[in-house]
Design a protein around this ligand. Structure first.
Ligand SMILES: Nc1nc2c(ncn2[C@@H]2O[C@H](COP(=O)(O)OP(=O)(O)OP(=O)(O)O)[C@@H](O)[C@H]2O)c(=O)[nH]1
Ligand SMILES: *[C@@H]1O[C@H](CO)[C@@H](O)[C@H](O)[C@H]1NC(C)=O
Ligand SMILES: *[C@@H]1O[C@H](CO)[C@@H](O)[C@H](O)[C@H]1NC(C)=O
Ligand SMILES: *[C@@H]1O[C@H](CO)[C@@H](O)[C@H](O)[C@H]1NC(C)=O
Length: 395
């Protein structure tokens, strides 16, 4: 009995010491200050690879969200959407709230909080000192992000010419030599220490990103209660006004946002074209019908019974139901807008068709790649010239 008690006490101490044990190799923090979820997820994988290369514990930042009618961003704890433990299999990580509660008081006094940026960032407010600075808290979401944990900075470091590409030129060693953890126990970056879109070498790290139990449960419950039994196709449609405008850039670029995911990082699988960014309704329906037919042939015991639609604006539910009724396939969507639940469901679908240009689609594509599930993109590969010409007339 006494032995057992000792073991329990010992284990409790061990657990406790782990939570507040200080990493002598230091910490890395950053604000996911660019873009919405898809962009932030791309950046996260890069930051994870970067912190591992520097052998610093990664402080898991909250996700930055923008709510209609609110001037300041909202910070959502990292573990609302994703589990922390699977990430530990790859590298040491700690939730930002835990770091601020248990570690910061010991190693990061307020007068030692120095922000890191590549070079001087100009301030938005005219009454600040003209001294070169990162102005890490200037503007939204910069200010609200660090304010969430009451963090302010007393000085700045410009780390140029170093960069985040740890896969080349011994970059990690250069960081460690220039900013050793003994001198710099915490490196807080004004933005993500990562590139966008995610580097090809870091895509596979998505395997450590697993949905939180809450999202996993909501996803399974939705599928069970709302989709007819049998196989389903998940589709992602991006057709809101901001997206239509973004697609205008197709004309003067070889790549746009996440497009390397289908075109290849060096355009080795083609160059950019308009339908890839904004497929017509006719093209969408044609491609879904083609996929349903090919599944029916290759896998007759598990035919497609439904389509789950995730979209930022128009879900095309009526059009899809009309077009697919003869195939006995129905279209479904969430009742309440929830981008993360959309993503989790798309990740579970038997088949997925996404938008090659969208980093929201890219999240799903990576998750499915690591699970070994099939994915396709709208209008990819390019339809035959004759059909292609017709599509443009329709638009
Ligand atoms: N609920 C829901 N929201 C979506 C969907 N597609 C896009 N959105 C919203 O629009 C945002 C798009 O920004 P990102 O996630 O960065 O992805 P992106 O498609 O590359 O778009 P941009 O960053 O705007 O170029 C998402 O984070 C969502 O908030 C969708 O299928 N469902
Ligand atoms: C990385 O950091 C951990 C924890 O501080 C340490 O145990 C380990 O030896 C370090 N690895 C290298 C290669 O320095
Ligand atoms: C930040 O400071 C405010 C005001 O001093 C306080 O109410 C709040 O609890 C603090 N938040 C954190 C996360 O420490
Ligand atoms: C159509 O689907 C329903 C269930 O979704 C099924 O009961 C019915 O047998 C199907 N009909 C045909 C003709 O396949």
């Amino acid at each position: 009995m006494l032995v057992l008690l000792r073991i329990i006490v010992f284990c409790t101490l061990l657990l406790y010491s782990n939570a507040s044990e200080i990493d002598v190799n230091g910490y890395l923090a950053y604000c996911p200050c660019m873009g919405r979820f898809g962009n932030q997820a791309d950046h996260f994988l890069g930051a994870l690879a970067f912190s591992k290369a520097l052998n610093r514990t990664l402080i898991l930042p909250p996700w930055v969200e923008y709510r209609k009618g609110e001037i300041r961003s909202t910070q959502v704890p990292f573990d609302t959407y994703f589990q922390v433990e699977p990430l530990q299999e790859f590298h040491r990580v700690i939730l930002m709230a835990d770091f601020m509660m248990h570690i910061a008081p010991k190693i990061w006094p307020e007068n030692k909080r120095i922000s890191f940026c590549y070079m001087e960032r100009k301030t938005l407010s005219p009454n600040k000192s003209p001294k070169p600075d990162c102005h890490a808290k200037d503007g939204n979401p910069f200010g609200p992000f660090w304010d969430t944990y009451n963090i302010s900075f007393v000085d700045s470091v410009f780390y140029s010419p170093l960069n985040f590409d740890i896969h080349h030129r011994a970059m990690a060693t250069k960081w460690q030599e220039k900013y050793p953890p003994t001198e710099w126990p915490v490196i807080p970056f004004t933005g993500a220490p990562a590139s966008f879109p995610v580097q090809a070498e870091n895509r596979d790290l998505h395997r450590y990103l697993r949905w939180s139990n809450i999202y996993e449960d909501m996803m399974r419950t939705f599928i069970k209660n709302n989709l007819p039994r049998g196989a389903f196709i998940g589709i992602h449609l991006r057709n809101g006004i901001d997206w239509v405008r973004a697609c205008e850039h197709v004309r003067d670029s070889q790549q746009l946002f996440a497009s390397p995911q289908c075109l290849g990082y060096n355009n080795e699988r083609g160059s950019l074209y308009f339908d890839l960014c904004l497929p017509s309704k006719e093209l969408i329906i044609r491609q879904i019908k083609r996929l349903i037919k090919s599944v029916k042939q290759s896998n007759p015991t598990n035919e497609i019974r439904s389509i789950f639609v995730a979209a930022d604006a128009n879900h095309m539910i009526t059009e899809l139901n009309t077009a697919l009724s003869r195939m006995n396939v129905t279209a479904h969507k969430l009742y309440n807008d929830d981008p993360h639940l959309d993503l989790a469901i798309l990740g579970m679908a038997n088949h997925f068709i996404g938008n090659c240009v969208s980093s929201f689609s890219a999240f799903v594509k990576r998750e499915r790649d690591v699970k070994g599930l099939p994915s396709y993109f709208w209008a990819y590969p390019k339809e035959k010239e004759r059909q292609h010409a017709r599509t443009h007339e329709e638009l």
